[in-house]
Design a protein around this ligand. Structure first.
Ligand code: GDP
Ligand code: MG
Length: 596
């Protein structure tokens, strides 16, 4: 296809504003998916995506659309809609010339609308503003058209109105995409350069890599090379998604499609990398390649210790499909053999854990997640701490923690309580803008550790669910952090150690000691539970000793009852772990580590 007839676009929206539904309607209107094959969220292929109603992996699809009797090729690139996957969103955007900015006509602009819009603007995309869900009785298209026009600097009447549900306005939108978005430009005679914007593992075909060709062209059976690693592979198949894969004779300037080379690991074909030909390689890579960087770490342990090899194989398998997943073996005195696993964020953690449990039939315990700290020692050495147990005991000079730039959108009546919340999370207000008299955008710098776990829930509950949040990494800052250990009978329980801000160390110690007191059964002797920073005890609870033997209760009673009791005790023992001289039921660890 000549570049003049190609339009590459993506749909960007806040979660639930209807991106997947609109994409479905476009598949139908352009006839690429027949009515009877249609199912909701056609492009969200992973089970977890469909169940949670979110898009995790982006996908591209080719849509033919005739305008002025000329058939154009629209390549629609669906982007993931969650902060954990911002990097993948930004690569998808870089593969496009334009973006449909979709806003729910009953909700208005939300935090991810802004975050995605800014990303699109950084990539110089032409923006088509669209209000969706105009079929809803609660829709206020006039009001939000004005808001949207004010934001991007157009006239309210330029804002399109559609319903992904009923299909109203969708053909108009497709026409507008052809008329308003620029065609791709590139040098057809230059050495080939194509950007990888997605890479997925398929059991049958190996890694399928989605690319957008910028210069030159790629053809089947050619040797291609990855510019970041110089690794060469033979191109076994090249084609386009319609949306099922259709092999083609090659891909030229501006075209979007997939490559198959037979590699088995997405790490050999990474999002953001540039593909060129091995015989006539390009000299400069396309910009933007970044190694995925795990932001949150947690220990993952099988509840049944004999499942350890299953967990290891499951992680190896998952890694083929997830370049951002990192892990290494770890042992815990309390939990046994497991892995230290790094994730992009909490959603990524939940997805990985769910896939391990569901697809590999595992029961897992995960330890309290933590972010990555840099610890500078007095002697000048630097230590990267991804696990509280690695926190050095010696002379620490500085500790830095990752921070994020957060954007919060909310009705202005909640400004006070949002400020209070951010203050309690060590946030610094960076700026505030009114989108309209009753809606405000607040920008904060916050420690990642304060925002990543339960901040969003706290924000929602303080704003009656009206606030939305988006954030992106913004470097590091020094902070007064300490490691709090939890000791049973004087022995530290590694799974409960945590790195927290000094001001919050006491609260953490009291909370954990109190929780464990409830969860650990009484022993033959008194067991102190202590929370400590180094050698200093900051909190203490006691588990009192059992006064009488449990059998004394049925002294003189019938023997079968005694036997049953003994039997029960034995069964219980199997699931006990020894921490020093203290017997702790495994359930206590699970309960203490589960956040409620
Ligand atoms: P996404 O998170 O942006 O991909 O949003 P989805 O496409 O999954 O839609 C979120 C919810 O809004 C779903 O329950 C959809 O059925 C609903 N929805 C999407 N588009 C429309 C629309 O045009 N009208 C109405 N009434 N509901 C819609
Ligand atoms: Mg979706």
């Amino acid at each position: 296809t000549p570049p003049e007839l190609i339009r590459n676009f993506c749909i960007i929206a806040h979660i639930d504003h209807g991106k997947s539904t609109l994409a479905d309607r476009m598949l139908q209107e352009t006839g690429v998916v027949e009515q009877r094959q249609m199912r909701a969220q056609y492009l969200d292929r992973m089970d977890i995506e469909r169940e949670r109603g979110i898009t995790i992996k982006s996908q591209a699809v080719r849509l033919p659309w005739a305008v002025d009797h000329k058939t154009h090729i629209l390549n629609m690139i669906d982007t993931p809609g969650h902060v954990d996957f911002t990097y993948e969103v930004s690569r998808s955007l870089a593969a496009c010339e334009g973006a449909v900015l979709l806003v729910d006509a009953a909700q208005g602009i939300e935090a991810q609308t802004l975050a995605n819009l800014y990303l699109a603007m950084e990539n110089d995309l032409t923006i088509i503003p669209v209000l969706n869900k105009i079929d809803l009785p609660a829709a206020q298209p006039e009001k939000y058209a004005e808001e949207l026009a004010g934001l991007i600097g157009c006239e309210p009447e330029d804002v399109m109105r559609v319903s992904g549900k009923t299909g109203v306005g969708v053909t108009d939108l497709l026409d507008t995409i052809v008329r308003e978005l620029p065609a791709p430009v590139g040098n057809a005679d230059a050495p080939a350069r194509a950007m990888i914007f997605d890479s997925v593992y398929d059991t049958y075909r190996g890694v399928v890599t989605y690319v957008r060709v910028v210069d030159g062209n790629l053809s089947p059976r050619e040797k291609i090379a990855m510019m970041s690693t110089r690794a060469a592979h033979e191109l076994l198949e090249i084609g386009v998604s319609s949306p099922e894969p259709v092999p083609s004779k090659g891909l030229g300037v501006g075209e979007v499609g997939y490559l198959i080379t037979g590699v088995k690991d997405v790490r050999q074909s990474r999002v953001g990398d540039t593909v060129t030909t091995a015989l006539k390689p390009a000299t400069a890579a396309l910009g933007g390649y970044k190694d995925p960087k795990p932001m949150v770490f947690s220990g993952l342990y099988p509840i049944d210790g004999s499942d350890y090899p299953v967990l290891r194989d499951a992680l190896d398998k998952l890694k083929l499909n997830d370049a951002a997943l990192v892990y290494e073996p770890e042992t815990s005195a309390a939990l046994g053999f497991g892995f230290r696993v790094g994730f992009l964020g909490m959603l990524h953690l939940e997805i990985v854990r769910e896939r391990l449990e569901r697809e590999h039939d595992l029961d897992l315990i995960s330890t309290l997640p933590n972010v990555v700290y840099q610890v500078g020692m007095d002697d000048g050495t630097e230590i990267e701490v991804t696990n509280p147990s690695e926190f050095p005991g010696g002379k620490v000079a500085t500790i830095t923690e990752p921070v994020v730039r957060a954007t919060i959108l909310a009705p202005s009546e909640f400004i006070g309580s949002i400020m209070e919340l951010c203050q309690s999370r060590r946030g610094t207000l960076r700026g505030m803008d009114y989108l309209s008299p009753e809606r405000v955008e607040m920008r904060y710098t916050l420690p990642l550790a304060e925002i990543v776990f339960d901040f969003f829930d706290a924000l929602k509950s303080r704003t009656k669910g009206y606030a939305s949040l988006d954030y992106e990494p913004d470097g590091e800052q020094e902070a007064d952090l300490v490691k709090v250990d939890i000791l049973l009978q004087g022995d530290a329980v590694d799974a409960f150690s945590s790195i927290v801000h000094r001001d919050k160390s006491y609260a953490y110690g009291v909370m954990m000691a109190g929780k464990l007191k409830e969860l650990i059964p009484r022993q033959q002797f008194e067991v102190p539970i202590q929370a400590a920073i180094g050698a200093r005890i900051i909190a203490r609870e006691n588990i009192r000793a059992i006064r009488k033997d449990v059998l004394a209760k049925c002294y003189g009673g019938d023997i079968s009852r005694k036997r049953k009791l003994l039997e029960k005790q034995k069964e219980g023992k199997k699931r006990m772990k020894m921490v020093g001289s203290v017997e702790v039921p495994q359930e206590a660890f699970i309960a203490a580590l589960s956040q409620d």
